[in-house]
Design a protein around this ligand. Sequence first.
Ligand code: NAD
Length: 415
Amino acid sequence: MSKPNPFETAQKQLDVCAKILNLDAGVHQMLRCPMRELHVSIPVKMDDGSTKVFQGFRVQYNDALGPTKGGIRFHPEETVDTVRALAAWMTWKTSLLDLPLGGGKGGVICNPKELSTGEQERLCRGYIDAIWQFIGPDKDVPAPDVYTTPQMMAWMMDEFSKLSGKNRFGVITGKPICVGGSWGRGDATARGGMFTIREAARELSIDMKTATVAIQGYGNAGCHASFLVQEMFGSKVVAISDSKGGIYNPAGLDIQAACGIKGETTSVVNTPNVQKISNEELLELDVDVLILAALENVVTAENAPRIKAKIVAELANGPTTPEADEILHKKGIHVIPDFLCNAGGVTVSYFEMVQNMSMYTWTLEDVYERLDVRMTNAYSKVLEASKRFGIDMRQAAYTVAVERVVEAMTSRGWV
Ligand code: NAD
């Protein structure tokens, strides 16, 4: 079976929302396509003296609410449709979080693992040379994404600054702290997710102090989440997993030990004195909270009837298929949808822009406090819309986000 085209998926999701909101046909059409996109060819001098030309994209989906914002992906299988879909989802995410930003995304077809450090730097600078007149702190602000790093963001910011003739730290976020990065960016996605889990638990009257938690995926998002649920709520993490499999202890896992083993051996499955479980079994555990922090399409129509968690928190993008969504909703399982649950990252990226533009740096406590306010407000708006329209949390998140973009387009006289 061929993979679904992500941009068609994004358009279908919007179509459902357009019906709920009874959107005007012209407005709907405007939101179905990117506002503008740039396709570039980037010549890079390779270490062996040859020149290789890489294809890159930057899509600015909608800027009714402000400058577009979204990451840059370096991926061998990058397609413009993936970039378009992700730019659309960024538009809804920044809107939902009440940020004064639109949505965008960028990508370059390449495999950075096959490039030397020098080649990576020349590709980063070449990409900026190709798109620099198209971006800027008040136009479009990129950030790291799949296979791009804070070091790459520093090179890109430097190239843009050179071309502009002045320091422009605010052009890109996710930079190292010494060149305008923000405190709190490292665990922002997981921490933001925690605030939404706290609110969901309150709504469902679940005491997080005695709650059990299972986490699929033990990378950046999942690993931070495992420490934060313990630190912030005192919950018990009973299961974690990575691509090699999972571990389970109903009495609670020693997260510090599992994390150390993961560092030493690349997988949590080598942790001693715990029960081994598969990723499939982890999903079906009888826990209060299931955090999905690995891949897309892991909860499907096949396994959704066996999911027992009371709250499913989607730190990963797209972990639940539309068919599974319906099943979980009917079972009364509370899903915190991806573009709400994992919006902490872009929110702290926005804080980084604000600090760069005002030439003032915030403390870690400032960042946490402001992140809490944004995430909590967004969660309550989505919950309210879900109750008002009698729809699930994902559709509710869409309606809140799309309504705000439409309001801005209308106020600006575009439609
Ligand atoms: P990562 O690469 O650091 O970690 C991914 C983890 O998933 C790894 O532990 C890997 O072993 C595990 N994994 C891979 N295949 C698996 C499988 N079949 N079963 C179980 N585990 C498997 O990635 P990340 O940055 O933590 O991102 C995870 C998800 O969160 C992605 O969907 C990403 O788009 C989303 N997300 C991340 C951020 C962020 O700031 N890191 C922000 C927004 C969304």
